[in-house]
Design a protein around this ligand. Structure first.
Ligand code: SME
Length: 155
């Protein structure tokens, strides 16, 4: 699906059911973007990122300290990180052997990190500027709807 159409679809779903904003977002991103193999949202709880709703295989990383992983780095830097080849990045915490590339987009509200969108792809270098722009807009839509994380697989 085209980026702009997907953004509108996500916005509509969030407005329709704000209490399920995180679930609907991961569901739509995974369903509409073929390269997005694993899609999840982490919520910041103190010094740890806690896995919330996700689509894909269960991850061993349900709690990530801020100093660890690409997830921890994106939250600390308050900036999107794109990794073209996860196996060449020493920060990478493996979730699946098939994963080749990853994007992590912080969810910020008034400059504070509330959580992040984490997406893995089985394709190398799957994420570019269009993905970054889309996901940063999605993160801005999600920010006012964030709540405590509970790991939950979404189908
Ligand atoms: N790869 C992430 C860990 C989360 S899993 O991909 C679900 C990282 O390096 O922080």
């Amino acid at each position: 699906m085209k980026y702009e159409a997907l953004l509108i679809k996500i916005e509509t779903a969030i407005e329709r059911d704000p209490a399920r904003a995180m679930e609907e977002t991961v569901r739509l991103l995974a369903a509409e973007m073929p390269g997005y193999s694993w899609v999840g949202i982490y919520v910041l709880d103190g010094e740890e990122l806690v896995l919330g709703p996700f689509v894909g295989k269960p991850s061993p990383h349900t709690r990530i300290p801020l100093g660890r992983g690409i997830c921890g780095a994106a939250a600390t830097e308050k900036a999107t990180i794109i990794v073209d080849d996860v196996n060449a990045d020493p920060r990478y915490l493996a979730c699946s052997l098939e994963t080749k590339s990853e994007i992590v987009v912080p969810i910020l509200l008034r400059g504070e990190v509330l959580g992040e969108i984490d997406i893995d792809s089985d394709r190398p270098a799957a994420f570019g500027d269009a993905d970054r722009v889309l996901l940063e807009k999605v993160a801005a839509l999600l920010a006012p709807r964030m709540r405590k994380a509970r790991p939950k697989q979404v189908h």
